[in-house]
Structure formats: C-alpha cells, structure tokens
Design a protein around this ligand. Structure first.
Ligand SMILES: *Cc1c(COP(=O)(O)O)cnc(C)c1O
Length: 350
C-alpha cells in the first residue's frame, strides 16, 4: 500500500495464478499446460522470426494469424480477433460488452478470473450455483442479465455443456452477449464456433495455451460476427495496438496450419485422461466426467488439502482450491503417461 496508489487500486482483488515453480524435476500437474511441446512446424516458424526483423513492429492487424484461424474454422477474417493470451481477449470482452448496468451471470464454480475482471471493469457479478452434480442448469440463466460467460468445458470441474444446450441459451438470451470460453474444447467437446453465423449474440473465446502447447507465447482468440469483433478491435486499439509479437504471430499461425500434429497430441491427452480416470476411480476417488485436459476428483476418506501437501513432498504438484463446495476436490492436469503413473503410484502410497 502506498499514498501514490489511486483509490481504485486499493480495492482491486487480483487473480492468483497457479504456481510456476523454479525447481526442475517436478511432476507439474497444477496449471493445465500440455505435457507435449508445440508443433515442430510452429517451433520452426518461431525460430525463423528470431532475426534483425525484430527491430520492426509486428503487424498490428495480425492478418497472417487471423487468416490461419479463419481457414481452420471456415469463417471470415473479420470474424476473428486475436490477443495476448485469452485472458487479454476476455478482459477486452468484459470492457466491450459487459458494462451494461445489469449483472453478468456465470457459474459459482468457474474460472476465477471472471470475478476479477468484474472488479477491474465495474461489472456486477451474479454467480449462479451449479447443481449438486456440478452441472450448469440452463433454467437458472433465464433471468434479466447484462451478459453470460462460462468456460466450456467448465473449469475447474471439466464438465461439458452440449452444443444443443448452448443453442438454447442463445435463443433465450437474444438481448445480451453469451461468451463461451473454450479454453479446453479441443479435449472432447464440439466448438460453438459452428453457431456464430446463426447467433449475433455469441462470442467464442479460445486459447493456444492448452491444446496447442503455447502457454509460454501468450496467444488467444475470439470468433463472432463482425460487429462483435469490431468492438474488441476498438478496445484493443485504444489500449495496445501491437499486443502480439512477431514470434507469437508466426508460431500461432503455423500451429493452426499443422492439423495433424495437433490432432495427434489431443488424442494422446484424451487417452491418458481416460486411463487416469479409471486409475483414480480404482483408488476410491470420485471423478467428475471430464472433457478437458484435467480431472476434478475427491476422495471420500482423504482430505484434499492434505493429499495435495503430501503429493508436493514427493515433487508432484496439483491444484487445490480453498473455496466453498470444492475444498475437498483436487484438480489434476493430465500429464504424460509416465507423469500420470508417478501420480498414481504416489497416491497409492499415501
Ligand atoms: C487457461 C484458461 C484461460 C487463459 O488462457 P491464456 O490464453 O493462457 O490466457 C482462459 N479461460 C480458462 C477457463 C482457462 O482455463
């Protein structure tokens, strides 16, 4: 605290990211990173950018990347927005769409950045409890609102809302924006991008941090109808006109062009998740159905906080949220089969 702070800063409640430990030789299953590296073609494209050209600003319009995303999803380039991580894309969306003088609806158990952005942008949050199985109940969202946002699959539960349900939500909510945060969609869901041409109130946000293994490059995107994208561009160009650097732009575009590698690593993660779910279940864990690259599990006889602490002593880091309703759960990122085996062995020992 300091007398130089604006009164606003005194009251800000920032997001607390998952730990990025400095020690190596850890089994790091706490922040949902991909256990496999980026596409070799993306790595090559990024290396090529390390040159004297770095003295030049990058393309402020990010045309190459927008084109790659548009080609991948079969949309127009003016339906694509890109940003420095999807967190930045989400931040711009909060400012562009949710300051409506009405509450923004999102699940009580959800991505913890949403309440933080509400605080930053003066949006009133209204948290809607998930049902007892931690699923979204659509009827609860039939109320006056200034927007709706949720991750699909949800984080940290991993549960997927089917596309038909999202369509229902869009049909019953034509006067405000529905933002679907698809950070984990590639691990078992169908993207709602298929619906953007039909619904002017839909914005889909994705990240290259999880399924495309580029968390370290910070690239995210949004797809929607051109008027929505224009609003995001207005905010972005009033904030930072060059948010994506040359290296990130080239790597992200090459990643979208390399469908084969992408599909291969996603299938590997999905297969490892299914194996992890059966092994955890065999150890007595109750595991929520997951369509993501993590599982959310609790053990009826073991305290989740203690389990997390004991795993840490053995060099295995998982995420534990000290938060009502989920304090007995662990969120465990799916690693390589070797990492997952270490986890299961350690849990068996405990
Ligand atoms: C990881 C994650 C993001 C943020 O991704 P970045 O692109 O790395 O900023 C957004 N939403 C959810 C639900 C996430 O889990």
């Amino acid at each position: 605290m300091s007398k130089f702070w604006s009164p606003f800063v005194h009251n800000l409640v920032p997001y607390v990211p998952g730990e990025q430990p400095k020690m190596t030789r850890l089994v790091k299953l706490n922040t949902n990173e991909n256990p496999y590296g980026p596409s070799p073609k993306a790595l090559a494209a990024m290396r090529e950018q390390i040159s004297d050209d770095l003295r030049l600003y990058p393309d402020p319009n990010c045309d190459l990347l927008k084109q790659a995303v548009a080609d991948y999803y079969g949309v127009q380039t003016n339906q694509v927005f890109v940003g420095n991580g999807s967190d930045e894309v989400l931040a711009h969306a909060f400012q562009a769409f949710f300051q409506q003088g009405k509450p923004l609806l999102f699940p009580d158990i959800s991505y913890s950045f949403y309440p933080v952005y509400c605080g930053l942008y003066g949006v009133e949050p209204k948290q809607i409890p998930l049902d007892e199985d931690f699923a979204i109940n659509l009827d609860d969202y039939r109320q006056d609102n200034g927007g709706i946002i949720f991750p699909n699959p949800n984080a940290p539960t991993g549960r997927l809302l089917p596309l038909e349900d999202i369509e229902q939500l869009l049909e019953h909510n034509t006067d405000s924006l529905v933002l679907v945060d698809e950070a984990y969609i590639d691990f078992g869901g169908q993207t709602a991008i298929a619906l953007v041409n039909k619904y002017p109130n839909l914005l889909v946000v994705q990240t290259l941090s999880k399924s495309r293994s580029l968390a370290g490059m910070r690239v995210g995107l949004a797809v929607g109808q051109p008027e929505l994208i224009e609003a995001l561009e207005r905010i972005k160009n009033s904030f930072n006109s060059y948010p994506l650097d040359r290296v990130a732009l080239a790597g992200a575009a090459a990643s979208f062009a390399d469908r084969e590698y992408f599909e291969q690593i996603c299938s590997k993660v999905i297969a490892s998740r299914e194996a992890m779910v059966s092994e955890l279940t065999a150890l007595g864990f109750e595991v929520l159905p997951s369509a993501a690259n993590f599982v959310f599990a609790r053990h009826p006889q073991q305290d989740a906080g203690e389990l997390a602490a004991k795993l840490r002593e053995q060099g295995i880091i998982v995420r534990h949220f000290r938060q009502p309703r989920i304090e007995q759960f662990l969120r465990i990122t799916v690693g390589t089969d070797e990492q997952n085996a270490e986890l299961i062995e350690a849990l068996s020992g405990i």
